[in-house]
Ligand binder design. Structure first.
Ligand code: SF4
Length: 504
Protein backbone atom coordinates (compact mmCIF):
# COMPACT_ATOMS: atom_id res chain seq x y z
CA UNK A 1 0.00 0.00 0.00
CA UNK A 2 1.07 3.58 -0.62
CA UNK A 3 -0.17 6.08 1.96
CA UNK A 4 -0.11 9.75 1.04
CA UNK A 5 -0.81 12.26 3.78
CA UNK A 6 -1.93 15.71 2.79
CA UNK A 7 -2.45 18.69 5.08
CA UNK A 8 -5.39 19.85 2.96
CA UNK A 9 -8.54 18.13 1.74
CA UNK A 10 -8.21 19.02 -1.92
CA UNK A 11 -7.47 17.28 -5.21
CA UNK A 12 -7.71 13.84 -3.56
CA UNK A 13 -9.07 12.24 -6.74
CA UNK A 14 -6.21 13.62 -8.85
CA UNK A 15 -3.55 12.76 -6.27
CA UNK A 16 -4.90 9.22 -6.01
CA UNK A 17 -5.15 8.78 -9.79
CA UNK A 18 -1.64 10.06 -10.48
CA UNK A 19 0.08 8.08 -7.72
CA UNK A 20 -1.87 4.96 -8.73
CA UNK A 21 -0.82 5.48 -12.35
CA UNK A 22 2.84 5.43 -11.31
CA UNK A 23 2.42 2.55 -8.85
CA UNK A 24 -0.30 0.39 -10.47
CA UNK A 25 0.48 -2.66 -8.35
CA UNK A 26 -0.08 -0.78 -5.09
CA UNK A 27 -3.23 -0.02 -3.19
CA UNK A 28 -3.22 3.78 -2.76
CA UNK A 29 -4.80 5.75 0.10
CA UNK A 30 -4.88 9.54 0.31
CA UNK A 31 -5.36 10.77 3.88
CA UNK A 32 -6.38 14.33 4.62
CA UNK A 33 -7.49 16.06 7.84
CA UNK A 34 -11.04 15.21 6.80
CA UNK A 35 -10.47 11.50 6.19
CA UNK A 36 -12.34 9.10 8.40
CA UNK A 37 -9.94 6.23 9.10
CA UNK A 38 -11.15 3.20 10.98
CA UNK A 39 -8.29 0.85 10.13
CA UNK A 40 -5.74 1.08 12.98
CA UNK A 41 -3.03 -0.39 10.77
CA UNK A 42 -3.32 2.62 8.50
CA UNK A 43 -3.38 5.05 11.41
CA UNK A 44 -0.23 3.61 12.88
CA UNK A 45 1.71 3.35 9.63
CA UNK A 46 4.08 6.13 8.64
CA UNK A 47 3.10 7.77 5.37
CA UNK A 48 4.99 6.85 2.20
CA UNK A 49 4.42 10.29 0.76
CA UNK A 50 3.45 13.61 2.20
CA UNK A 51 2.01 16.72 0.61
CA UNK A 52 2.24 20.01 2.46
CA UNK A 53 0.27 22.84 0.88
CA UNK A 54 1.62 26.18 2.07
CA UNK A 55 0.90 29.83 1.29
CA UNK A 56 3.47 30.13 -1.47
CA UNK A 57 4.81 26.63 -1.93
CA UNK A 58 3.79 23.00 -2.04
CA UNK A 59 6.22 20.40 -0.70
CA UNK A 60 6.01 16.77 -1.76
CA UNK A 61 8.09 14.27 0.17
CA UNK A 62 8.62 10.64 -0.73
CA UNK A 63 9.91 7.81 1.38
CA UNK A 64 11.34 5.82 -1.55
CA UNK A 65 8.74 3.17 -2.35
CA UNK A 66 10.43 -0.03 -3.46
CA UNK A 67 12.30 2.07 -5.93
CA UNK A 68 15.78 1.92 -4.48
CA UNK A 69 16.30 4.96 -6.65
CA UNK A 70 18.99 7.38 -5.62
CA UNK A 71 18.59 10.01 -8.28
CA UNK A 72 18.30 13.69 -7.47
CA UNK A 73 15.28 15.67 -6.49
CA UNK A 74 13.53 18.56 -8.19
CA UNK A 75 14.82 20.68 -5.38
CA UNK A 76 15.90 19.55 -1.96
CA UNK A 77 14.97 22.27 0.47
CA UNK A 78 15.15 20.62 3.80
CA UNK A 79 16.35 17.49 5.44
CA UNK A 80 13.79 14.96 6.41
CA UNK A 81 14.53 11.87 8.43
CA UNK A 82 11.47 10.06 7.26
CA UNK A 83 11.59 10.92 3.59
CA UNK A 84 14.28 10.23 1.02
CA UNK A 85 13.28 12.81 -1.56
CA UNK A 86 11.75 16.25 -1.27
CA UNK A 87 10.21 18.14 -4.18
CA UNK A 88 9.07 21.74 -4.00
CA UNK A 89 6.79 23.88 -6.13
CA UNK A 90 6.99 27.62 -5.55
CA UNK A 91 3.43 28.66 -6.20
CA UNK A 92 4.25 32.32 -6.70
CA UNK A 93 6.22 31.35 -9.81
CA UNK A 94 3.03 30.06 -11.39
CA UNK A 95 0.77 33.10 -10.85
CA UNK A 96 -1.99 33.40 -13.43
CA UNK A 97 -2.08 29.73 -14.33
CA UNK A 98 -4.74 27.17 -13.53
CA UNK A 99 -3.68 26.25 -9.98
CA UNK A 100 -5.10 22.73 -10.02
CA UNK A 101 -3.50 21.79 -13.30
CA UNK A 102 -0.20 23.41 -12.32
CA UNK A 103 -0.29 21.34 -9.13
CA UNK A 104 -0.95 18.18 -11.16
CA UNK A 105 2.03 19.01 -13.39
CA UNK A 106 4.21 19.43 -10.32
CA UNK A 107 3.04 16.13 -8.84
CA UNK A 108 3.43 14.35 -12.19
CA UNK A 109 6.96 15.68 -12.70
CA UNK A 110 7.95 14.71 -9.16
CA UNK A 111 6.60 11.19 -9.61
CA UNK A 112 8.27 10.91 -13.00
CA UNK A 113 11.58 11.82 -11.44
CA UNK A 114 10.96 9.48 -8.55
CA UNK A 115 10.14 6.45 -10.72
CA UNK A 116 11.89 7.20 -14.02
CA UNK A 117 8.57 6.51 -15.77
CA UNK A 118 6.74 8.80 -18.22
CA UNK A 119 3.02 8.26 -18.74
CA UNK A 120 1.72 8.42 -22.32
CA UNK A 121 -1.22 10.64 -21.33
CA UNK A 122 0.81 12.81 -18.94
CA UNK A 123 -1.13 14.22 -16.00
CA UNK A 124 -4.57 13.79 -17.58
CA UNK A 125 -6.88 12.35 -14.97
CA UNK A 126 -10.65 12.52 -15.09
CA UNK A 127 -10.63 14.50 -18.36
CA UNK A 128 -11.31 12.89 -21.70
CA UNK A 129 -8.50 13.79 -24.09
CA UNK A 130 -10.80 13.86 -27.11
CA UNK A 131 -13.15 16.21 -25.28
CA UNK A 132 -10.31 18.72 -24.91
CA UNK A 133 -9.32 18.31 -28.56
CA UNK A 134 -12.92 18.55 -29.76
CA UNK A 135 -13.74 21.69 -27.80
CA UNK A 136 -10.53 23.35 -29.03
CA UNK A 137 -11.36 22.40 -32.63
CA UNK A 138 -14.83 23.88 -32.13
CA UNK A 139 -13.17 27.10 -30.93
CA UNK A 140 -11.24 27.19 -34.21
CA UNK A 141 -7.84 26.22 -32.78
CA UNK A 142 -5.32 24.62 -35.11
CA UNK A 143 -3.90 21.13 -34.64
CA UNK A 144 -0.54 22.68 -33.72
CA UNK A 145 -2.16 24.77 -31.01
CA UNK A 146 -3.96 21.75 -29.58
CA UNK A 147 -0.77 19.66 -29.63
CA UNK A 148 1.10 22.43 -27.87
CA UNK A 149 -1.62 22.78 -25.26
CA UNK A 150 -1.75 19.04 -24.54
CA UNK A 151 2.03 18.91 -24.30
CA UNK A 152 2.57 21.97 -22.11
CA UNK A 153 -0.53 21.83 -19.94
CA UNK A 154 -0.92 18.09 -19.56
CA UNK A 155 2.47 16.63 -20.59
CA UNK A 156 0.80 14.34 -23.15
CA UNK A 157 3.15 12.55 -25.58
CA UNK A 158 3.21 13.67 -29.21
CA UNK A 159 1.86 10.29 -30.35
CA UNK A 160 -1.14 10.43 -28.00
CA UNK A 161 -1.88 14.06 -28.87
CA UNK A 162 -1.99 13.13 -32.54
CA UNK A 163 -4.32 10.21 -31.77
CA UNK A 164 -6.65 12.40 -29.70
CA UNK A 165 -6.85 15.05 -32.42
CA UNK A 166 -7.39 12.50 -35.21
CA UNK A 167 -10.25 10.93 -33.29
CA UNK A 168 -11.83 14.25 -32.30
CA UNK A 169 -11.90 15.32 -35.95
CA UNK A 170 -13.48 12.03 -37.02
CA UNK A 171 -16.02 12.19 -34.20
CA UNK A 172 -17.13 15.64 -35.31
CA UNK A 173 -17.78 14.33 -38.82
CA UNK A 174 -19.66 11.26 -37.56
CA UNK A 175 -21.88 13.31 -35.25
CA UNK A 176 -22.82 15.88 -37.91
CA UNK A 177 -26.08 14.16 -39.01
CA UNK A 178 -27.42 14.00 -35.44
CA UNK A 179 -30.48 15.96 -34.40
CA UNK A 180 -28.73 18.09 -31.82
CA UNK A 181 -31.66 20.39 -31.10
CA UNK A 182 -34.33 17.82 -30.48
CA UNK A 183 -32.59 14.47 -30.65
CA UNK A 184 -31.78 11.90 -28.00
CA UNK A 185 -30.44 8.38 -27.63
CA UNK A 186 -31.92 5.47 -25.78
CA UNK A 187 -30.00 2.96 -23.68
CA UNK A 188 -31.59 -0.23 -22.37
CA UNK A 189 -29.75 -2.24 -19.71
CA UNK A 190 -30.16 -6.00 -19.53
CA UNK A 191 -28.02 -6.82 -16.49
CA UNK A 192 -27.57 -10.55 -17.02
CA UNK A 193 -24.70 -12.65 -18.35
CA UNK A 194 -24.02 -16.37 -18.65
CA UNK A 195 -21.27 -16.06 -15.98
CA UNK A 196 -19.32 -13.18 -14.47
CA UNK A 197 -15.95 -12.28 -16.01
CA UNK A 198 -12.99 -11.87 -13.67
CA UNK A 199 -12.56 -8.17 -14.47
CA UNK A 200 -16.25 -7.25 -14.63
CA UNK A 201 -17.43 -4.11 -12.87
CA UNK A 202 -20.69 -3.66 -14.79
CA UNK A 203 -24.16 -4.27 -13.45
CA UNK A 204 -24.29 -7.93 -14.34
CA UNK A 205 -25.67 -11.02 -12.66
CA UNK A 206 -25.52 -14.67 -13.74
CA UNK A 207 -28.72 -15.30 -15.68
CA UNK A 208 -29.18 -18.73 -14.10
CA UNK A 209 -29.89 -17.05 -10.75
CA UNK A 210 -32.59 -14.80 -12.21
CA UNK A 211 -34.41 -17.08 -14.65
CA UNK A 212 -37.61 -16.96 -12.59
CA UNK A 213 -37.69 -13.16 -12.44
CA UNK A 214 -36.88 -12.18 -16.01
CA UNK A 215 -40.55 -11.60 -16.79
CA UNK A 216 -40.82 -9.29 -13.75
CA UNK A 217 -37.71 -7.44 -14.91
CA UNK A 218 -39.14 -6.95 -18.39
CA UNK A 219 -42.43 -5.79 -16.85
CA UNK A 220 -40.59 -3.11 -14.85
CA UNK A 221 -38.56 -2.10 -17.89
CA UNK A 222 -41.74 -1.73 -19.90
CA UNK A 223 -43.14 0.62 -17.29
CA UNK A 224 -40.08 2.83 -17.74
CA UNK A 225 -40.39 2.55 -21.52
CA UNK A 226 -44.04 3.66 -21.36
CA UNK A 227 -43.14 6.66 -19.24
CA UNK A 228 -40.29 7.83 -21.48
CA UNK A 229 -42.06 7.15 -24.77
CA UNK A 230 -44.87 9.37 -23.51
CA UNK A 231 -42.82 12.34 -22.27
CA UNK A 232 -40.36 12.08 -25.20
CA UNK A 233 -42.96 11.60 -27.95
CA UNK A 234 -42.02 14.93 -29.58
CA UNK A 235 -38.29 14.18 -29.53
CA UNK A 236 -36.22 12.62 -32.28
CA UNK A 237 -34.66 9.24 -31.62
CA UNK A 238 -31.11 9.10 -33.00
CA UNK A 239 -29.57 5.91 -31.64
CA UNK A 240 -30.64 2.90 -29.61
CA UNK A 241 -28.19 0.77 -27.66
CA UNK A 242 -29.12 -2.35 -25.73
CA UNK A 243 -26.30 -3.37 -23.43
CA UNK A 244 -25.78 -4.56 -19.92
CA UNK A 245 -24.77 -7.29 -19.13
CA UNK A 246 -25.29 -9.35 -22.21
CA UNK A 247 -28.78 -8.82 -23.66
CA UNK A 248 -28.57 -12.07 -25.64
CA UNK A 249 -28.55 -13.90 -22.31
CA UNK A 250 -32.33 -13.55 -22.62
CA UNK A 251 -34.18 -16.25 -24.54
CA UNK A 252 -35.29 -15.67 -28.13
CA UNK A 253 -38.88 -15.16 -26.90
CA UNK A 254 -37.80 -12.67 -24.24
CA UNK A 255 -35.75 -10.75 -26.80
CA UNK A 256 -38.72 -10.77 -29.15
CA UNK A 257 -40.96 -9.38 -26.39
CA UNK A 258 -38.44 -6.64 -25.56
CA UNK A 259 -37.79 -5.53 -29.13
CA UNK A 260 -41.48 -5.65 -30.06
CA UNK A 261 -42.23 -3.36 -27.12
CA UNK A 262 -39.53 -0.89 -28.15
CA UNK A 263 -40.75 -0.72 -31.74
CA UNK A 264 -44.32 -0.21 -30.55
CA UNK A 265 -43.30 2.56 -28.14
CA UNK A 266 -40.84 4.74 -30.06
CA UNK A 267 -40.67 6.21 -33.52
CA UNK A 268 -37.74 4.41 -35.14
CA UNK A 269 -38.08 6.23 -38.46
CA UNK A 270 -35.28 8.66 -37.50
CA UNK A 271 -33.01 6.06 -35.90
CA UNK A 272 -29.47 6.10 -37.26
CA UNK A 273 -28.09 3.15 -35.34
CA UNK A 274 -29.61 0.23 -33.44
CA UNK A 275 -27.03 -1.76 -31.51
CA UNK A 276 -27.34 -4.83 -29.34
CA UNK A 277 -24.47 -6.33 -27.42
CA UNK A 278 -24.38 -10.03 -28.17
CA UNK A 279 -21.03 -10.07 -26.41
CA UNK A 280 -20.78 -13.55 -25.04
CA UNK A 281 -20.55 -16.31 -27.62
CA UNK A 282 -22.15 -18.68 -25.09
CA UNK A 283 -25.35 -16.61 -25.28
CA UNK A 284 -25.70 -16.58 -29.07
CA UNK A 285 -27.99 -18.83 -31.10
CA UNK A 286 -29.27 -18.59 -34.66
CA UNK A 287 -32.80 -18.15 -33.36
CA UNK A 288 -31.82 -15.14 -31.22
CA UNK A 289 -29.80 -13.54 -34.01
CA UNK A 290 -32.77 -13.96 -36.33
CA UNK A 291 -35.02 -12.19 -33.81
CA UNK A 292 -32.58 -9.24 -33.64
CA UNK A 293 -32.27 -9.05 -37.40
CA UNK A 294 -36.03 -9.25 -37.95
CA UNK A 295 -36.53 -6.33 -35.57
CA UNK A 296 -34.13 -4.13 -37.51
CA UNK A 297 -31.05 -4.21 -35.28
CA UNK A 298 -28.27 -2.73 -37.40
CA UNK A 299 -25.15 -3.41 -35.35
CA UNK A 300 -24.11 -6.16 -32.95
CA UNK A 301 -21.04 -6.98 -30.87
CA UNK A 302 -19.57 -10.45 -30.67
CA UNK A 303 -16.77 -10.05 -28.16
CA UNK A 304 -13.97 -12.57 -27.81
CA UNK A 305 -11.73 -10.38 -25.55
CA UNK A 306 -8.97 -12.83 -26.48
CA UNK A 307 -8.67 -15.74 -28.87
CA UNK A 308 -6.51 -17.67 -26.44
CA UNK A 309 -8.49 -20.54 -24.94
CA UNK A 310 -6.46 -20.74 -21.75
CA UNK A 311 -7.08 -17.06 -20.98
CA UNK A 312 -10.81 -17.32 -21.69
CA UNK A 313 -11.00 -19.99 -19.01
CA UNK A 314 -8.89 -17.97 -16.61
CA UNK A 315 -11.08 -14.88 -16.92
CA UNK A 316 -14.30 -16.80 -16.33
CA UNK A 317 -15.77 -16.68 -19.82
CA UNK A 318 -17.15 -20.13 -20.20
CA UNK A 319 -17.06 -20.28 -23.94
CA UNK A 320 -14.50 -21.50 -26.41
CA UNK A 321 -12.64 -19.73 -29.19
CA UNK A 322 -14.54 -21.97 -31.61
CA UNK A 323 -17.86 -20.70 -30.23
CA UNK A 324 -16.73 -17.14 -30.97
CA UNK A 325 -15.86 -18.05 -34.55
CA UNK A 326 -19.13 -19.97 -35.03
CA UNK A 327 -21.19 -17.12 -33.53
CA UNK A 328 -19.50 -14.60 -35.80
CA UNK A 329 -20.20 -16.61 -38.98
CA UNK A 330 -23.74 -17.28 -37.82
CA UNK A 331 -24.33 -13.54 -37.48
CA UNK A 332 -23.00 -12.98 -41.01
CA UNK A 333 -25.22 -15.80 -42.28
CA UNK A 334 -28.28 -14.23 -40.66
CA UNK A 335 -27.43 -10.98 -42.47
CA UNK A 336 -25.54 -8.68 -40.10
CA UNK A 337 -23.17 -6.44 -42.02
CA UNK A 338 -21.99 -4.39 -39.05
CA UNK A 339 -20.34 -6.59 -36.44
CA UNK A 340 -18.02 -5.27 -33.76
CA UNK A 341 -15.52 -7.32 -31.79
CA UNK A 342 -14.01 -6.28 -28.44
CA UNK A 343 -10.61 -7.37 -27.22
CA UNK A 344 -8.73 -6.60 -24.01
CA UNK A 345 -4.98 -6.04 -23.79
CA UNK A 346 -3.21 -6.82 -20.54
CA UNK A 347 -5.24 -9.91 -19.61
CA UNK A 348 -3.55 -12.16 -17.02
CA UNK A 349 -0.59 -14.02 -18.45
CA UNK A 350 -0.94 -12.68 -21.99
CA UNK A 351 2.17 -11.51 -23.80
CA UNK A 352 2.81 -9.82 -27.15
CA UNK A 353 2.70 -13.17 -28.91
CA UNK A 354 -0.81 -13.90 -27.61
CA UNK A 355 -2.09 -10.50 -28.72
CA UNK A 356 -0.57 -11.11 -32.15
CA UNK A 357 -2.41 -14.42 -32.45
CA UNK A 358 -5.69 -12.91 -31.28
CA UNK A 359 -5.39 -10.14 -33.86
CA UNK A 360 -4.49 -12.61 -36.60
CA UNK A 361 -7.53 -14.77 -35.78
CA UNK A 362 -9.80 -11.72 -35.77
CA UNK A 363 -8.36 -10.55 -39.06
CA UNK A 364 -9.48 -13.81 -40.61
CA UNK A 365 -13.03 -13.14 -39.46
CA UNK A 366 -12.89 -9.57 -40.82
CA UNK A 367 -15.30 -7.77 -38.48
CA UNK A 368 -16.48 -4.25 -39.28
CA UNK A 369 -15.14 -2.68 -36.12
CA UNK A 370 -12.72 -3.59 -33.37
CA UNK A 371 -12.70 -2.09 -29.90
CA UNK A 372 -9.36 -2.41 -28.17
CA UNK A 373 -9.53 -2.11 -24.39
CA UNK A 374 -6.63 -1.85 -21.99
CA UNK A 375 -7.51 -3.93 -18.97
CA UNK A 376 -8.79 -1.74 -16.13
CA UNK A 377 -8.69 -3.15 -12.64
CA UNK A 378 -11.95 -1.99 -11.08
CA UNK A 379 -12.27 -2.02 -7.34
CA UNK A 380 -15.55 -3.99 -7.41
CA UNK A 381 -14.21 -6.73 -9.69
CA UNK A 382 -13.14 -10.24 -8.72
CA UNK A 383 -9.77 -9.38 -10.28
CA UNK A 384 -9.19 -6.55 -7.78
CA UNK A 385 -9.99 -8.96 -4.97
CA UNK A 386 -7.55 -11.49 -6.42
CA UNK A 387 -4.84 -8.83 -6.62
CA UNK A 388 -5.44 -7.81 -3.02
CA UNK A 389 -5.27 -11.42 -1.87
CA UNK A 390 -2.06 -12.01 -3.81
CA UNK A 391 -0.43 -9.01 -2.17
CA UNK A 392 -0.10 -7.45 -5.60
CA UNK A 393 1.81 -10.28 -7.30
CA UNK A 394 -1.05 -10.95 -9.77
CA UNK A 395 -0.27 -7.50 -11.18
CA UNK A 396 2.98 -8.92 -12.54
CA UNK A 397 0.97 -11.11 -14.93
CA UNK A 398 -0.87 -8.10 -16.42
CA UNK A 399 1.21 -7.04 -19.33
CA UNK A 400 0.16 -4.16 -21.56
CA UNK A 401 2.87 -2.32 -23.43
CA UNK A 402 3.51 0.04 -26.31
CA UNK A 403 4.13 -3.08 -28.33
CA UNK A 404 0.75 -4.73 -27.59
CA UNK A 405 -0.97 -1.42 -28.36
CA UNK A 406 0.97 -1.21 -31.63
CA UNK A 407 0.06 -4.80 -32.61
CA UNK A 408 -3.65 -4.06 -32.11
CA UNK A 409 -3.46 -0.72 -33.92
CA UNK A 410 -1.65 -2.18 -36.92
CA UNK A 411 -4.08 -5.11 -37.03
CA UNK A 412 -7.01 -2.67 -37.14
CA UNK A 413 -5.27 -0.72 -39.91
CA UNK A 414 -4.75 -3.89 -41.95
CA UNK A 415 -8.49 -4.57 -41.60
CA UNK A 416 -9.14 -1.14 -43.16
CA UNK A 417 -10.24 0.51 -39.91
CA UNK A 418 -9.54 3.95 -38.45
CA UNK A 419 -9.73 5.05 -34.81
CA UNK A 420 -13.04 6.82 -34.12
CA UNK A 421 -13.49 6.95 -30.36
CA UNK A 422 -11.31 6.85 -27.32
CA UNK A 423 -11.68 6.85 -23.61
CA UNK A 424 -9.59 6.27 -20.56
CA UNK A 425 -10.43 4.78 -17.21
CA UNK A 426 -8.78 4.71 -13.84
CA UNK A 427 -6.30 1.91 -13.15
CA UNK A 428 -5.77 0.94 -16.77
CA UNK A 429 -3.03 -1.52 -17.51
CA UNK A 430 -0.04 0.39 -18.89
CA UNK A 431 -1.90 3.69 -18.46
CA UNK A 432 -3.03 3.54 -22.03
CA UNK A 433 -6.54 3.96 -23.42
CA UNK A 434 -9.49 2.18 -25.00
CA UNK A 435 -9.81 2.82 -28.71
CA UNK A 436 -12.64 1.98 -31.06
CA UNK A 437 -11.55 1.28 -34.65
CA UNK A 438 -14.03 0.90 -37.50
CA UNK A 439 -14.35 0.70 -41.23
CA UNK A 440 -15.83 3.75 -42.95
CA UNK A 441 -19.56 3.96 -42.20
CA UNK A 442 -19.45 1.22 -39.56
CA UNK A 443 -18.79 3.47 -36.58
CA UNK A 444 -20.62 3.02 -33.30
CA UNK A 445 -22.29 6.43 -33.01
CA UNK A 446 -23.64 5.73 -29.54
CA UNK A 447 -20.10 5.00 -28.30
CA UNK A 448 -19.08 8.53 -29.22
CA UNK A 449 -22.19 10.06 -27.72
CA UNK A 450 -21.70 8.41 -24.36
CA UNK A 451 -18.11 9.70 -24.22
CA UNK A 452 -18.52 13.20 -25.57
CA UNK A 453 -21.81 13.96 -23.77
CA UNK A 454 -23.22 15.97 -26.66
CA UNK A 455 -26.75 14.65 -26.45
CA UNK A 456 -29.26 13.44 -23.86
CA UNK A 457 -29.10 9.71 -23.24
CA UNK A 458 -32.17 8.23 -21.63
CA UNK A 459 -31.14 5.02 -19.89
CA UNK A 460 -33.63 2.42 -18.72
CA UNK A 461 -33.07 -0.69 -16.63
CA UNK A 462 -31.18 -1.65 -13.47
CA UNK A 463 -27.86 0.09 -12.89
CA UNK A 464 -28.25 2.58 -15.73
CA UNK A 465 -27.53 6.30 -15.62
CA UNK A 466 -29.54 8.84 -17.58
CA UNK A 467 -27.74 12.01 -18.66
CA UNK A 468 -29.75 15.04 -19.66
CA UNK A 469 -27.66 17.43 -21.74
CA UNK A 470 -28.99 20.99 -21.83
CA UNK A 471 -28.42 23.33 -24.80
CA UNK A 472 -25.80 25.26 -22.79
CA UNK A 473 -23.80 22.04 -22.26
CA UNK A 474 -24.89 21.58 -18.64
CA UNK A 475 -25.47 17.94 -17.71
CA UNK A 476 -27.76 16.47 -15.08
CA UNK A 477 -27.83 12.81 -14.18
CA UNK A 478 -30.22 10.42 -12.56
CA UNK A 479 -29.44 6.82 -11.82
CA UNK A 480 -31.40 3.62 -11.36
CA UNK A 481 -30.62 1.18 -8.56
CA UNK A 482 -28.26 -1.62 -9.54
CA UNK A 483 -29.85 -4.49 -7.71
CA UNK A 484 -32.37 -6.28 -9.92
CA UNK A 485 -34.87 -7.08 -7.15
CA UNK A 486 -34.76 -3.47 -5.91
CA UNK A 487 -35.23 -2.21 -9.46
CA UNK A 488 -38.33 -4.35 -9.90
CA UNK A 489 -39.76 -3.40 -6.53
CA UNK A 490 -38.91 0.29 -6.74
CA UNK A 491 -39.71 0.89 -10.40
CA UNK A 492 -42.20 3.68 -9.57
CA UNK A 493 -39.45 5.49 -7.68
CA UNK A 494 -37.09 5.12 -10.70
CA UNK A 495 -39.79 6.66 -12.89
CA UNK A 496 -40.31 9.46 -10.38
CA UNK A 497 -36.58 10.26 -10.51
CA UNK A 498 -36.86 10.58 -14.30
CA UNK A 499 -39.99 12.68 -14.02
CA UNK A 500 -38.05 15.15 -11.88
CA UNK A 501 -35.11 15.18 -14.28
CA UNK A 502 -37.27 15.84 -17.32
CA UNK A 503 -40.06 17.91 -15.76
CA UNK A 504 -39.32 21.19 -17.58
S1 SF4 B 1 -19.71 -10.13 -20.49
FE1 SF4 B 1 -19.34 -8.03 -19.85
S2 SF4 B 1 -21.03 -7.51 -18.49
FE2 SF4 B 1 -20.99 -9.74 -18.69
S3 SF4 B 1 -19.79 -10.44 -16.97
FE3 SF4 B 1 -18.38 -10.23 -18.69
S4 SF4 B 1 -17.57 -8.14 -18.49
FE4 SF4 B 1 -19.39 -8.28 -17.20
Amino acid sequence: MVIIRSNKAQFEYDIHSLVKAFYPEKHVRVLTPESVIRDRKILERPADMELVFGEDKVVFQVAGIDSGKETGCAEAIEDSEQYEHVYTWHVKDEKGVDYKNAFKRFLYNSLREETGISLPWGNLTGIRPTKIAMSMLEQGKSEEEITEFLKCEHLVSAEKSALGIEIAKREMEILKPLHYENGYSLYIGIPFCPTTCLYCSFTSFPISLWKERIADYLDALEKEIDFISDIYRHKTLDTVYIGGGTPTSLSADELDRQLTKLKASFDFSTEQEYTIVAGRADSITKEKLSVLYRHGVTRISVNPQTMKQETLKLIGRQHTVKQVVDAFYLAREVGFDNINMDIILGLPGEKEEDVKETINDIEELAPDSLTVHSLAVKRASALAQLIRESGGSVMDSLHNTNETMRIAKEGAQRMGMSPYYLYRQKNMSGNFENVGYAKEGKYGIYNILIMEEKQTIVALGAGTITKRVYPDGRIERCDNVKDVASYIERIDEMIERKRKLFED
